[in-house]
Design a protein around this ligand. Structure first.
Ligand code: GDP
Length: 288
């Protein structure tokens, strides 16, 4: 099953954004540093063509630092685009973002021509947290549930700096299957739109290929080399007491443990995709 999620309000968000973009000077897109390409919105990239863009790789504290560098280079090589890594809760880097926006639109600013910045990002990526860090007052609601931010709001960060916050927005069709799984693993997809066991197995497959030592260490597993994803899920279930009567492993429970641990950064600093992998996935999905 591929992951699909496009709640009704997102359709409206698309229309609102097209309208809003007409008067926007800089677009900030907040990406999840653990899945930068999967969490980027291809529709937004098309709609915002020609506008200066700031790509923020957020939650970099949870991502693999070496891979984050690869992604920053990838985005910085794109026209009109500046990329930076961030931990949305930290105030100083968030304040630097304000300065970066001003640099990207040097002809705006001042009371006559306030700088208008649109901030976008998938649910749960840390948008509210970042907005709070950028401003001096506590304004945005934060929460751990996908889709908390529903209605657009305009936030006056300074007399000549307006920030437009959009509702959490995915896109009509997730074209790259791996991207769907990565979004689901990150917590951006509502629980009812995914099968947790399937998502956990895909996650384990990737971890076994790229982060086997971290995985083995987290769950105190002796031997993961050559194991299948489902075997490892069983081993984790057994270790963590996710066992049904009769001794069978409760795979659903084990899957929940794996997903929660990953989201909380308990398995280590992990990134679920690399630029070269992403290109190969896109090619296979015939996106490029
Ligand atoms: P929104 O749905 O995009 O507005 O996301 P929130 O700002 O509500 O953040 C979702 C969750 O991610 C919250 O539990 C935040 O504390 C957490 N979070 C946000 N930014 C970061 C970050 O840079 N690093 C880490 N580790 N957690 C973050």
């Amino acid at each position: 099953m591929a992951i699909q999620w496009f709640p009704g309000h997102m359709n409206k968000a698309r229309k609102d954004i097209t309208e809003r973009l007409k008067e926007i000077d800089v677009v900030i897109e907040l990406l999840d540093a653990r899945l930068p390409a999967s969490s980027a919105n291809p529709m937004l990239a098309r709609m915002a063509k020609g506008k200066p863009r700031l790509m923020i790789l957020n939650k970099q504290d949870l991502a693999d630092p070496a891979i984050t560098l690869q992604w920053l280079a990838w985005y910085n090589a794109k026209p009109n685009t500046q990329a930076m890594g961030m931990d949305a809760g930290e105030r100083a880097p968030a304040q630097k973002l304000v300065a970066a926006c001003r640099e990207l639109a040097p002809n705006r600013g001042g009371l006559e021509k306030p700088l208008r910045v649109l901030i976008c990002g998938i649910p749960n990526v840390g948008k509210s947290t970042l907005i709070n860090s950028m401003s001096s007052r506590k304004i945005a609601k934060t929460g751990n549930m996908p889709g908390v931010t529903k209605n657009e709001q305009r936030i006056i960060l300074a007399d000549d700096f307006e920030l437009f916050d959009t509702p959490g927005m995915l896109w009509p069709k997730i074209e790259v299957e791996e991207g769907g799984y990565n979004l689901a693993a990150s917590g951006a997809v509502g629980r009812n739109a995914m099968d947790e066991e399937e998502v956990a197995l895909e996650l384990l497959k990737y971890l076994l290929a790229h982060y086997a030592p971290e995985l083995a260490a987290r769950y105190k597993l002796d031997e993961v080399d050559g194991r299948q994803d489902w075997q490892v899920l069983e081993m984790i279930g057994k270790k963590r007491g996710a066992v049904l009567s009769g001794g069978r492993i409760n795979m659903q429970k084990a899957a929940e443990i794996v997903l929660t641990d990953f989201r909380d950064g308990q398995v280590g600093r992990i990134t679920l995709e690399r630029p070269d992998e992403w290109l190969a996935w896109e090619k296979r999905a015939k996106v490029i």
